[in-house]
Design a protein around this ligand. Structure first.
Ligand SMILES: Cc1cc2nc3c(=O)[nH]c(=O)nc-3n(C[C@H](O)[C@H](O)[C@H](O)COP(=O)(O)OP(=O)(O)OC[C@H]3O[C@@H](n4cnc5c(N)ncnc54)[C@H](O)[C@@H]3O)c2cc1C
Length: 386
Protein backbone atom coordinates (compact mmCIF):
# COMPACT_ATOMS: atom_id res chain seq x y z
CA UNK A 1 0.00 0.00 0.00
CA UNK A 2 2.71 2.47 0.98
CA UNK A 3 5.24 1.36 -1.58
CA UNK A 4 7.28 4.42 -2.51
CA UNK A 5 10.33 6.09 -0.98
CA UNK A 6 8.10 9.12 -0.33
CA UNK A 7 5.75 7.03 1.83
CA UNK A 8 8.70 5.71 3.84
CA UNK A 9 10.14 9.21 4.23
CA UNK A 10 6.79 10.56 5.41
CA UNK A 11 6.34 7.74 7.92
CA UNK A 12 9.93 8.11 9.23
CA UNK A 13 9.54 11.88 9.66
CA UNK A 14 6.23 11.49 11.45
CA UNK A 15 7.52 8.68 13.69
CA UNK A 16 10.49 10.85 14.74
CA UNK A 17 8.13 13.75 15.45
CA UNK A 18 5.89 11.50 17.57
CA UNK A 19 8.84 10.09 19.52
CA UNK A 20 10.39 13.51 20.21
CA UNK A 21 7.50 15.97 20.36
CA UNK A 22 4.36 14.05 21.31
CA UNK A 23 4.89 10.85 23.29
CA UNK A 24 7.02 12.46 26.01
CA UNK A 25 4.04 14.75 26.84
CA UNK A 26 1.07 12.43 26.38
CA UNK A 27 0.63 11.55 30.07
CA UNK A 28 0.62 15.23 31.03
CA UNK A 29 -1.89 16.11 28.27
CA UNK A 30 -4.12 13.18 29.16
CA UNK A 31 -4.23 14.37 32.77
CA UNK A 32 -4.94 17.96 31.67
CA UNK A 33 -7.73 16.69 29.35
CA UNK A 34 -6.43 18.90 26.57
CA UNK A 35 -3.26 19.15 24.47
CA UNK A 36 -1.72 22.35 23.04
CA UNK A 37 -3.12 22.00 19.53
CA UNK A 38 -1.70 25.30 18.25
CA UNK A 39 1.81 24.42 19.35
CA UNK A 40 1.71 20.83 18.05
CA UNK A 41 -0.01 21.72 14.77
CA UNK A 42 2.43 24.55 14.04
CA UNK A 43 5.36 22.15 14.34
CA UNK A 44 3.53 19.63 12.14
CA UNK A 45 2.70 22.35 9.62
CA UNK A 46 6.37 23.32 9.45
CA UNK A 47 7.16 19.70 8.57
CA UNK A 48 4.51 19.72 5.82
CA UNK A 49 2.40 17.08 7.58
CA UNK A 50 -0.98 18.82 7.64
CA UNK A 51 -1.81 19.08 3.97
CA UNK A 52 -0.53 15.90 2.32
CA UNK A 53 -3.49 15.57 -0.06
CA UNK A 54 -4.40 19.25 -0.24
CA UNK A 55 -3.76 21.50 -3.24
CA UNK A 56 -0.25 22.92 -3.57
CA UNK A 57 -1.62 26.49 -4.14
CA UNK A 58 -2.64 26.54 -0.49
CA UNK A 59 0.50 24.95 0.93
CA UNK A 60 -0.48 21.32 0.53
CA UNK A 61 1.56 18.59 -1.15
CA UNK A 62 -1.09 17.44 -3.65
CA UNK A 63 -0.45 13.73 -2.97
CA UNK A 64 -2.92 10.87 -3.36
CA UNK A 65 -4.93 9.43 -0.48
CA UNK A 66 -2.46 6.61 0.20
CA UNK A 67 -0.30 9.27 1.89
CA UNK A 68 -3.13 10.27 4.25
CA UNK A 69 -3.64 6.62 5.07
CA UNK A 70 0.10 6.13 5.66
CA UNK A 71 0.02 9.11 8.00
CA UNK A 72 -3.11 7.86 9.79
CA UNK A 73 -1.46 4.49 10.33
CA UNK A 74 1.77 6.00 11.66
CA UNK A 75 -0.21 8.22 14.05
CA UNK A 76 -1.07 4.93 15.77
CA UNK A 77 2.40 5.17 17.39
CA UNK A 78 1.06 7.99 19.58
CA UNK A 79 0.51 6.69 23.10
CA UNK A 80 -3.15 7.69 23.18
CA UNK A 81 -6.09 7.88 20.79
CA UNK A 82 -7.10 11.49 21.44
CA UNK A 83 -4.20 13.25 19.72
CA UNK A 84 -4.36 11.18 16.50
CA UNK A 85 -8.09 11.93 16.42
CA UNK A 86 -7.50 15.67 16.87
CA UNK A 87 -4.89 15.63 14.07
CA UNK A 88 -7.22 13.61 11.85
CA UNK A 89 -9.98 16.17 12.37
CA UNK A 90 -7.60 18.90 11.18
CA UNK A 91 -6.21 17.03 8.18
CA UNK A 92 -9.06 14.83 7.01
CA UNK A 93 -12.38 15.85 8.55
CA UNK A 94 -12.81 19.62 8.77
CA UNK A 95 -10.82 20.52 5.64
CA UNK A 96 -11.83 18.17 2.75
CA UNK A 97 -15.06 19.96 1.73
CA UNK A 98 -13.37 23.36 2.05
CA UNK A 99 -10.49 22.17 -0.14
CA UNK A 100 -12.77 20.61 -2.77
CA UNK A 101 -15.64 23.07 -2.99
CA UNK A 102 -14.59 26.26 -1.18
CA UNK A 103 -13.91 29.51 -3.03
CA UNK A 104 -10.33 30.68 -3.51
CA UNK A 105 -10.90 33.45 -0.92
CA UNK A 106 -12.21 30.96 1.67
CA UNK A 107 -9.30 28.62 1.04
CA UNK A 108 -6.80 31.46 1.51
CA UNK A 109 -8.53 32.58 4.70
CA UNK A 110 -9.06 29.19 6.37
CA UNK A 111 -7.43 26.28 4.51
CA UNK A 112 -3.93 27.67 3.97
CA UNK A 113 -3.47 28.59 7.68
CA UNK A 114 -4.83 25.17 8.71
CA UNK A 115 -2.28 23.43 6.46
CA UNK A 116 0.47 25.67 7.86
CA UNK A 117 -0.64 24.79 11.40
CA UNK A 118 -1.39 28.42 12.18
CA UNK A 119 -5.10 27.82 12.69
CA UNK A 120 -6.90 24.94 14.39
CA UNK A 121 -10.13 23.81 12.74
CA UNK A 122 -13.07 21.71 13.80
CA UNK A 123 -16.08 20.15 12.12
CA UNK A 124 -19.56 20.81 13.50
CA UNK A 125 -22.02 18.22 12.25
CA UNK A 126 -23.40 16.37 15.30
CA UNK A 127 -25.96 17.85 17.66
CA UNK A 128 -27.37 16.64 20.97
CA UNK A 129 -30.45 15.26 19.20
CA UNK A 130 -28.84 14.22 15.89
CA UNK A 131 -25.62 12.21 15.62
CA UNK A 132 -26.12 9.11 13.47
CA UNK A 133 -29.11 10.81 11.86
CA UNK A 134 -27.22 13.69 10.26
CA UNK A 135 -30.32 14.72 8.28
CA UNK A 136 -32.05 15.49 11.59
CA UNK A 137 -29.84 18.43 12.63
CA UNK A 138 -31.71 21.55 13.80
CA UNK A 139 -29.10 24.34 13.57
CA UNK A 140 -30.24 26.99 11.08
CA UNK A 141 -28.50 29.63 8.99
CA UNK A 142 -30.98 32.26 7.82
CA UNK A 143 -30.11 34.92 5.25
CA UNK A 144 -30.09 38.53 6.34
CA UNK A 145 -28.72 41.02 3.80
CA UNK A 146 -25.30 39.72 2.77
CA UNK A 147 -24.98 37.57 5.88
CA UNK A 148 -26.16 34.32 7.40
CA UNK A 149 -27.44 34.37 10.95
CA UNK A 150 -26.76 31.04 12.65
CA UNK A 151 -28.74 29.69 15.60
CA UNK A 152 -28.53 26.31 17.28
CA UNK A 153 -25.87 24.16 18.88
CA UNK A 154 -23.29 21.49 18.10
CA UNK A 155 -22.36 18.63 20.37
CA UNK A 156 -19.24 16.44 20.69
CA UNK A 157 -17.04 18.77 18.66
CA UNK A 158 -13.39 17.68 18.71
CA UNK A 159 -10.85 20.55 18.97
CA UNK A 160 -13.67 23.03 19.55
CA UNK A 161 -12.30 24.46 22.81
CA UNK A 162 -9.19 25.72 21.02
CA UNK A 163 -10.33 25.96 17.41
CA UNK A 164 -10.03 29.14 15.35
CA UNK A 165 -12.84 28.10 13.05
CA UNK A 166 -15.61 25.59 12.64
CA UNK A 167 -16.96 24.15 9.42
CA UNK A 168 -20.65 24.13 10.40
CA UNK A 169 -23.42 22.06 8.83
CA UNK A 170 -26.65 24.06 9.10
CA UNK A 171 -30.13 24.10 7.54
CA UNK A 172 -30.29 26.97 5.08
CA UNK A 173 -33.87 26.32 3.95
CA UNK A 174 -37.02 24.43 4.85
CA UNK A 175 -36.76 21.92 1.97
CA UNK A 176 -36.09 18.18 1.90
CA UNK A 177 -33.65 17.13 4.66
CA UNK A 178 -30.91 16.03 2.23
CA UNK A 179 -31.15 19.18 0.10
CA UNK A 180 -31.58 21.98 2.62
CA UNK A 181 -28.19 21.85 4.34
CA UNK A 182 -25.06 23.87 3.74
CA UNK A 183 -21.52 23.94 5.04
CA UNK A 184 -20.48 27.37 6.32
CA UNK A 185 -17.09 28.51 7.62
CA UNK A 186 -17.46 30.20 10.99
CA UNK A 187 -14.60 31.87 12.89
CA UNK A 188 -14.91 30.78 16.53
CA UNK A 189 -14.34 34.32 17.82
CA UNK A 190 -17.55 35.55 16.16
CA UNK A 191 -19.99 37.24 18.54
CA UNK A 192 -22.74 34.87 19.72
CA UNK A 193 -20.62 31.70 19.90
CA UNK A 194 -20.18 30.22 23.34
CA UNK A 195 -18.81 27.00 24.75
CA UNK A 196 -21.75 25.50 26.62
CA UNK A 197 -19.52 22.92 28.21
CA UNK A 198 -16.36 20.90 27.94
CA UNK A 199 -17.48 17.30 27.78
CA UNK A 200 -15.64 14.89 30.08
CA UNK A 201 -15.16 11.41 28.62
CA UNK A 202 -14.09 7.89 29.58
CA UNK A 203 -11.27 8.04 27.04
CA UNK A 204 -9.66 10.18 24.33
CA UNK A 205 -8.85 12.49 27.22
CA UNK A 206 -6.06 14.53 25.64
CA UNK A 207 -8.54 15.63 22.99
CA UNK A 208 -10.91 18.44 23.94
CA UNK A 209 -14.58 17.86 23.11
CA UNK A 210 -17.07 20.69 23.40
CA UNK A 211 -20.71 21.56 23.15
CA UNK A 212 -21.01 24.87 21.33
CA UNK A 213 -23.95 27.30 21.17
CA UNK A 214 -24.73 29.66 18.30
CA UNK A 215 -26.90 32.60 19.28
CA UNK A 216 -27.56 34.95 16.34
CA UNK A 217 -24.07 34.36 14.97
CA UNK A 218 -23.58 36.56 11.91
CA UNK A 219 -21.16 35.49 9.16
CA UNK A 220 -20.95 36.75 5.57
CA UNK A 221 -22.67 34.61 2.92
CA UNK A 222 -19.35 34.36 1.13
CA UNK A 223 -18.38 31.90 3.93
CA UNK A 224 -20.64 29.30 2.30
CA UNK A 225 -18.69 26.30 0.95
CA UNK A 226 -19.70 25.52 -2.63
CA UNK A 227 -23.41 25.61 -3.40
CA UNK A 228 -26.18 26.26 -0.95
CA UNK A 229 -28.18 23.08 -0.21
CA UNK A 230 -25.24 20.78 -1.03
CA UNK A 231 -23.85 20.52 2.51
CA UNK A 232 -25.29 17.08 3.23
CA UNK A 233 -23.93 15.73 -0.06
CA UNK A 234 -20.47 17.26 0.51
CA UNK A 235 -20.40 15.77 3.99
CA UNK A 236 -21.39 12.31 2.70
CA UNK A 237 -18.76 12.52 -0.04
CA UNK A 238 -15.95 12.84 2.47
CA UNK A 239 -17.17 9.92 4.57
CA UNK A 240 -15.37 7.39 2.33
CA UNK A 241 -12.06 9.04 3.21
CA UNK A 242 -12.96 9.44 6.89
CA UNK A 243 -13.69 5.71 7.11
CA UNK A 244 -10.46 4.74 5.36
CA UNK A 245 -8.61 7.11 7.69
CA UNK A 246 -10.24 5.56 10.79
CA UNK A 247 -9.44 2.00 9.67
CA UNK A 248 -5.82 2.85 8.79
CA UNK A 249 -5.37 4.71 12.08
CA UNK A 250 -6.33 1.62 14.08
CA UNK A 251 -3.74 -0.69 12.47
CA UNK A 252 -0.52 0.48 14.14
CA UNK A 253 -2.23 1.09 17.48
CA UNK A 254 -3.58 -2.47 17.51
CA UNK A 255 -0.23 -3.90 16.47
CA UNK A 256 1.47 -2.04 19.33
CA UNK A 257 -1.16 -3.31 21.75
CA UNK A 258 -0.45 -6.93 20.74
CA UNK A 259 3.34 -6.43 20.79
CA UNK A 260 3.36 -4.75 24.22
CA UNK A 261 1.32 -7.66 25.52
CA UNK A 262 3.66 -10.25 24.02
CA UNK A 263 6.63 -8.50 25.69
CA UNK A 264 4.78 -8.46 29.01
CA UNK A 265 3.67 -12.10 28.78
CA UNK A 266 7.20 -13.16 27.88
CA UNK A 267 8.55 -11.53 31.05
CA UNK A 268 5.74 -12.27 33.51
CA UNK A 269 6.56 -15.29 35.65
CA UNK A 270 3.94 -17.56 37.13
CA UNK A 271 3.50 -21.19 38.13
CA UNK A 272 7.16 -21.93 37.45
CA UNK A 273 7.14 -20.58 33.90
CA UNK A 274 6.19 -17.53 31.88
CA UNK A 275 2.68 -16.30 31.15
CA UNK A 276 3.40 -16.64 27.43
CA UNK A 277 4.11 -20.37 27.82
CA UNK A 278 0.39 -21.06 28.28
CA UNK A 279 -1.15 -22.33 25.08
CA UNK A 280 -4.30 -20.30 25.69
CA UNK A 281 -2.22 -17.12 25.83
CA UNK A 282 -0.11 -17.64 22.72
CA UNK A 283 -3.06 -19.05 20.74
CA UNK A 284 -5.18 -16.04 21.66
CA UNK A 285 -2.40 -13.62 20.68
CA UNK A 286 -1.97 -15.51 17.39
CA UNK A 287 -5.69 -15.18 16.78
CA UNK A 288 -5.66 -11.44 17.52
CA UNK A 289 -2.77 -10.93 15.09
CA UNK A 290 -4.72 -12.86 12.44
CA UNK A 291 -7.73 -10.59 12.98
CA UNK A 292 -5.50 -7.54 12.71
CA UNK A 293 -3.97 -8.76 9.44
CA UNK A 294 -7.44 -9.39 7.98
CA UNK A 295 -8.34 -5.78 8.83
CA UNK A 296 -5.11 -4.60 7.24
CA UNK A 297 -5.83 -6.53 4.03
CA UNK A 298 -9.37 -5.12 3.84
CA UNK A 299 -8.22 -1.56 4.57
CA UNK A 300 -5.40 -1.64 2.02
CA UNK A 301 -7.67 -3.15 -0.62
CA UNK A 302 -10.28 -0.45 -0.05
CA UNK A 303 -7.55 2.21 -0.10
CA UNK A 304 -6.00 0.96 -3.32
CA UNK A 305 -9.36 0.82 -5.10
CA UNK A 306 -10.21 4.30 -3.83
CA UNK A 307 -6.94 5.70 -5.15
CA UNK A 308 -7.60 4.06 -8.51
CA UNK A 309 -10.85 6.07 -8.67
CA UNK A 310 -13.44 3.48 -7.65
CA UNK A 311 -16.38 3.94 -5.31
CA UNK A 312 -15.43 2.09 -2.13
CA UNK A 313 -18.46 2.96 -0.02
CA UNK A 314 -19.01 -0.72 0.78
CA UNK A 315 -15.39 -1.73 1.46
CA UNK A 316 -14.53 1.44 3.39
CA UNK A 317 -17.63 0.93 5.57
CA UNK A 318 -16.60 -2.69 6.15
CA UNK A 319 -13.08 -1.59 7.11
CA UNK A 320 -14.47 1.03 9.53
CA UNK A 321 -16.84 -1.55 11.02
CA UNK A 322 -14.10 -4.15 11.44
CA UNK A 323 -11.73 -1.56 12.92
CA UNK A 324 -14.43 -0.59 15.44
CA UNK A 325 -14.93 -4.21 16.39
CA UNK A 326 -11.20 -4.92 16.76
CA UNK A 327 -10.56 -1.71 18.71
CA UNK A 328 -12.83 -3.32 21.30
CA UNK A 329 -11.80 -6.98 21.21
CA UNK A 330 -8.01 -6.66 20.85
CA UNK A 331 -7.38 -4.22 23.74
CA UNK A 332 -9.91 -6.14 25.86
CA UNK A 333 -8.18 -9.50 25.29
CA UNK A 334 -4.74 -7.98 25.77
CA UNK A 335 -5.76 -6.14 28.94
CA UNK A 336 -6.85 -9.47 30.45
CA UNK A 337 -3.29 -10.82 30.16
CA UNK A 338 -1.93 -7.80 32.10
CA UNK A 339 -3.99 -8.73 35.16
CA UNK A 340 -4.15 -5.95 37.75
CA UNK A 341 -1.56 -3.95 35.81
CA UNK A 342 -4.08 -3.77 32.98
CA UNK A 343 -6.56 -2.15 35.32
CA UNK A 344 -4.32 0.82 36.14
CA UNK A 345 -4.73 4.26 34.64
CA UNK A 346 -1.17 4.59 33.37
CA UNK A 347 -1.12 1.29 31.48
CA UNK A 348 -1.09 1.93 27.71
CA UNK A 349 -3.24 -1.11 26.93
CA UNK A 350 -5.78 0.14 29.46
CA UNK A 351 -5.71 3.56 27.77
CA UNK A 352 -6.32 1.92 24.40
CA UNK A 353 -9.18 -0.10 25.93
CA UNK A 354 -10.84 3.20 26.93
CA UNK A 355 -9.89 5.27 23.89
CA UNK A 356 -10.66 2.52 21.38
CA UNK A 357 -14.27 2.22 22.51
CA UNK A 358 -15.07 5.34 20.52
CA UNK A 359 -14.20 3.60 17.24
CA UNK A 360 -17.56 1.79 17.23
CA UNK A 361 -19.48 5.03 17.93
CA UNK A 362 -17.79 8.06 16.37
CA UNK A 363 -17.74 9.00 12.69
CA UNK A 364 -20.58 6.56 12.02
CA UNK A 365 -21.51 3.89 14.58
CA UNK A 366 -21.11 0.18 13.78
CA UNK A 367 -24.85 -0.06 13.12
CA UNK A 368 -24.66 2.83 10.64
CA UNK A 369 -21.87 0.93 8.82
CA UNK A 370 -24.02 -2.23 8.82
CA UNK A 371 -26.88 -0.21 7.34
CA UNK A 372 -24.66 1.11 4.53
CA UNK A 373 -23.14 -2.32 3.82
CA UNK A 374 -26.53 -4.01 3.71
CA UNK A 375 -27.83 -1.29 1.36
CA UNK A 376 -24.80 -1.77 -0.89
CA UNK A 377 -25.46 -5.52 -0.83
CA UNK A 378 -29.08 -4.95 -1.82
CA UNK A 379 -30.43 -6.79 1.25
CA UNK A 380 -31.64 -3.74 3.21
CA UNK A 381 -35.46 -3.53 3.33
CA UNK A 382 -35.23 0.19 2.56
CA UNK A 383 -33.18 1.24 -0.41
CA UNK A 384 -31.70 -1.41 -2.64
CA UNK A 385 -28.11 -1.19 -3.86
CA UNK A 386 -26.85 -3.78 -6.32
C1 LIG B 1 -15.17 11.84 21.57
C2 LIG B 1 -16.09 12.21 20.45
C3 LIG B 1 -15.66 13.06 19.46
C4 LIG B 1 -16.52 13.45 18.43
N1 LIG B 1 -16.11 14.39 17.51
C5 LIG B 1 -17.03 14.91 16.65
C6 LIG B 1 -16.69 16.03 15.82
O1 LIG B 1 -15.58 16.53 15.84
N2 LIG B 1 -17.67 16.55 15.02
C7 LIG B 1 -18.93 16.02 14.96
O2 LIG B 1 -19.74 16.53 14.22
N3 LIG B 1 -19.26 14.94 15.72
C8 LIG B 1 -18.36 14.40 16.57
N4 LIG B 1 -18.70 13.34 17.37
C9 LIG B 1 -20.05 12.80 17.29
C10 LIG B 1 -20.15 11.39 16.76
O3 LIG B 1 -19.94 11.37 15.38
C11 LIG B 1 -21.51 10.85 17.21
O4 LIG B 1 -21.42 10.59 18.59
C12 LIG B 1 -21.91 9.60 16.46
O5 LIG B 1 -22.21 9.91 15.12
C13 LIG B 1 -23.12 8.93 17.10
O6 LIG B 1 -24.15 9.87 17.29
P1 LIG B 1 -24.85 9.99 18.72
O7 LIG B 1 -23.82 10.08 19.76
O8 LIG B 1 -25.86 11.06 18.64
O9 LIG B 1 -25.59 8.61 18.92
P2 LIG B 1 -27.02 8.22 18.29
O10 LIG B 1 -27.12 8.70 16.89
O11 LIG B 1 -28.07 8.59 19.25
O12 LIG B 1 -26.88 6.63 18.26
C14 LIG B 1 -26.87 5.89 19.48
C15 LIG B 1 -26.62 4.45 19.12
O13 LIG B 1 -27.73 3.97 18.34
C16 LIG B 1 -27.28 2.93 17.52
N5 LIG B 1 -27.71 3.19 16.13
C17 LIG B 1 -27.47 4.29 15.39
N6 LIG B 1 -28.00 4.17 14.16
C18 LIG B 1 -28.59 2.94 14.13
C19 LIG B 1 -29.31 2.20 13.14
N7 LIG B 1 -29.53 2.72 11.92
N8 LIG B 1 -29.75 0.97 13.46
C20 LIG B 1 -29.54 0.45 14.69
N9 LIG B 1 -28.88 1.09 15.65
C21 LIG B 1 -28.40 2.31 15.38
C22 LIG B 1 -25.77 2.86 17.62
O14 LIG B 1 -25.40 1.80 18.48
C23 LIG B 1 -25.40 4.18 18.24
O15 LIG B 1 -24.19 4.13 18.98
C24 LIG B 1 -17.83 12.91 18.38
C25 LIG B 1 -18.25 12.01 19.36
C26 LIG B 1 -17.41 11.69 20.40
C27 LIG B 1 -17.95 10.77 21.48
Amino acid sequence: MYNTAEHTQLQDTLKRFIDNEINPHVDEWEAAEIFPAHEVFKKMGDLGLLGLCRPTEYGGLGLDYSFSMAMAETLGHIHCGGIPMAIGVQTDMCTPALARFGSDALKREFLAPAIAGEMVGCIGVSEAQAGSDVAGIKTTARKDGDDYIINGSKMWITNSLQADWMCVLANTSEGAAHKNKSLIMVPMKTKGISVAKKIRKIGMNASDTGMIYFDDVRVPQRNLIGQEGMGFTYQMLQFQEERLWAAANSLQALENCINWTIDWARERSMFGGKLLDNQYVYFRLAELKTELESLRALTYRAGQLYISGQDVTELASMAKLKAGRLMRTIPDSCLQFWGGMGYTLENLVARMFRDGRLASIGAGADEVMLGIISKQMGIHPGKVGK
